[in-house]
Design a protein around this ligand. Structure first.
Ligand code: HEM
Length: 494
């Protein structure tokens, strides 16, 4: 009996001891991690001590939660506020715990140095690997990776040539007509053709998706020929589409392997419809809210065309300056992609603006901040801002240098419908060899859809929903987005 008690006692002692040991082990581990974290934090802090900016001891997600913001949006705002607080700074740092990023803005030459001159030494590295779900693609691959060059060289003419852009024009016009028929079938229409409470956030996704499929892949999915339930299962649909599309890609198929083709299709779909559709959503919402501006733009459209069938490629690319200025101002104030993420790849580091940055330094070209200060724009929305933009000979030279090396002429077939850092002080599509391959297509498509809708309908915020719609918050998850839909009434113009 005594022996038994003794055994139980020593077992309990052992258990208590080991429990204590485990506890001790956890405390030691946590302390070790905390010390390591603190050392790394201070190492980074002292490395960039000379730069103004925002520093928090907390890691990105916790710091964003403290500020009640989504991480990406928080990062953009940290950079913007740092520039606001240090108006003469061209470079600021953001340090969230052990993550740090150097943000560049406010200086066109510095932006050019990174995005144009040093695009190979300050490049994407493996920063965008997660976007390469099907393998490296044109967006995710590093500028030194032959895959990027191959894809870019093959895809560039498809998104820039005159004949391709005319095809974008033709297809977009056809899709606009189908879209209205589809809206009437799912939302119903009044006797005069008015369609109410259209969920533009959803609807514009459908049209940009249909257009990109037809022009980039020569594949007509006919999203407006199907029912709403089918359309709403959009993500399943994209997956099926990716597989179905593979043999219909316009790129010369024999030059790409099957997996290269899949990754190319994936990224063009991914990059090509979300940005255009959300930008258009913001544009329609702003016009629905501002009747005076809407009528002014309509007046400009009416001076060029009596009937929507009179619309031509030349009118969209060379005329309607107020509408072009409005589009630029929405892209300025609601920048779809806020930062161009890069990393210093050169073994011994790279000099940017005369300052040396070590290898692996994260660099963010802050399009978001650049737009805030563009033309002293600050927060004020001014749709007339870009009406006065004029190129002179020095800006022409800069425009040429900002264009990517795959193009001969910056404007190409796009006439006046282009955005330039030199004259507009904007770069929603970035600049240089890694700029947006679909920039011309996006501008053309957005402007044509706006003309089509304004010519046929008066856009209004639905009665009784003004306050609810005003309360919808826009944020950045990857691109600028909203979680609740914007709704618009489309009243037939008699
Ligand atoms: C409003 C619409 C759009 C905006 C604002 C936009 C913006 C951008 C920006 C800022 C970049 C550069 C990102 C960086 O700095 O890393 C980019 C790259 C890219 N965009 Fe767009 N984009 C739009 C529409 C499109 C469309 C319609 C397509 C489809 C053809 C497209 C395809 C791409 C591709 C493939 C790249 C990667 C190019 C490369 O790295 O060589 N985008 N876009």
């Amino acid at each position: 009996m005594t022996e038994e008690i003794g055994l139980i006692g020593s077992f309990n002692q052992l258990f208590t001891l080991s429990f204590f040991n485990v506890f001790l082990l956890i405390v030691c581990l946590v302390s070790y991690l905390l010390i390591r974290y603190t050392i790394t934090f201070f190492t980074i802090y002292f490395k960039f001590k000379h730069l103004p900016g925002y520093v928090s001891f907390f890691p990105p997600l916790i710091d964003s939660m403290i500020h009640r913001k989504i991480y990406v949006h928080h990062l953009y705002d940290c950079a913007l506020n740092s520039f606001k607080n240090n108006p003469s700074a061209k470079v600021v740092k953001i340090q969230l715990g052990t993550f740090s990023q150097i943000h560049i803005s406010n200086d066109e030459n510095l932006i050019r140095e990174i995005l144009v001159k040093k695009y190979k030494t300050v490049s994407k590295g493996n920063l965008f690997e997660p976007v390469g779900i099907f393998g490296p693609n044109i967006f995710s691959a590093d500028s030194n990776d032959p895959i990027w060059r191959k894809h870019r060289t093959l895809a560039n003419p498809i998104f820039s040539s005159s004949s391709h852009l005319k095809n974008v024009f033709r297809v977009t016009l056809e899709e606009c007509k189908k879209m209205i028929k589809f809206w009437k079938s799912i939302y119903g229409s009044e006797s005069d053709g008015t369609i109410r409470k259209v969920n533009i956030s959803n609807e514009l996704k459908s049209i940009t998706l249909d257009v990109i499929n037809r022009v980039a892949f020569d594949y007509d999915v006919g999203i407006f020929d199907k029912d709403a339930a089918h359309r709403d299962g959009i993500h399943d649909w994209i997956n099926n589409l990716l597989n179905g599309l593979i043999y219909n890609f316009v790129l010369p198929k024999y030059l790409l392997s099957k997996s290269e083709l899949l990754s190319a299709i994936f990224i063009v779909l991914f990059a090509g419809f979300e940005t255009s559709s959300t930008s258009l959503t913001f544009m329609l919402r702003m016009l629905a809210k501002d009747q005076k501006l809407q009528e002014e733009i309509l007046k400009e459209i009416n001076q060029e065309i009596d009937n929507i069938d009179d619309i031509t490629f030349e009118i969209i690319t060379n005329k309607l300056p107020l509408l072009t200025s409005f589009i630029k101002e929405v892209l300025r104030t609601k920048t779809p992609i806020g930062t161009g993420g890069r990393i210093v790849l050169k073994k011994n580091g790279e000099v940017i603006g005369g300052v040396h940055y070590p290898k692996d330094t994260h660099i963010g070209v802050s399009y978001y901040s650049q737009h805030y200060f563009a033309k002293n724009g600050l927060d004020e929305f001014n749709p007339y801002r870009f009406l006065t933009t004029k190129s002179d000979s020095s800006s022409n030279e800069l425009e040429k240098s900002d264009n990517n090396e795959f193009e001969n002429d910056g404007k190409g077939p796009m006439g006046e419908l282009s955005i330039n850092l030199a004259t507009d002080k904007l770069l929603p599509f970035s600049i240089g060899p890694r700029d947006c391959i679909g920039k011309r297509m996006a501008l053309l498509e957005m402007k044509l859809i706006l003309v089509f809708l304004l010519k046929n309908y008066k856009l209004k915020v639905p009665k009784g929903l003004e306050t609810q719609q005003d309360s919808i918050k826009e944020t950045y998850v990857v691109t600028r987005t909203i979680f609740e839909p914007y709704l618009v009434d489309f009243e037939t113009r008699l």
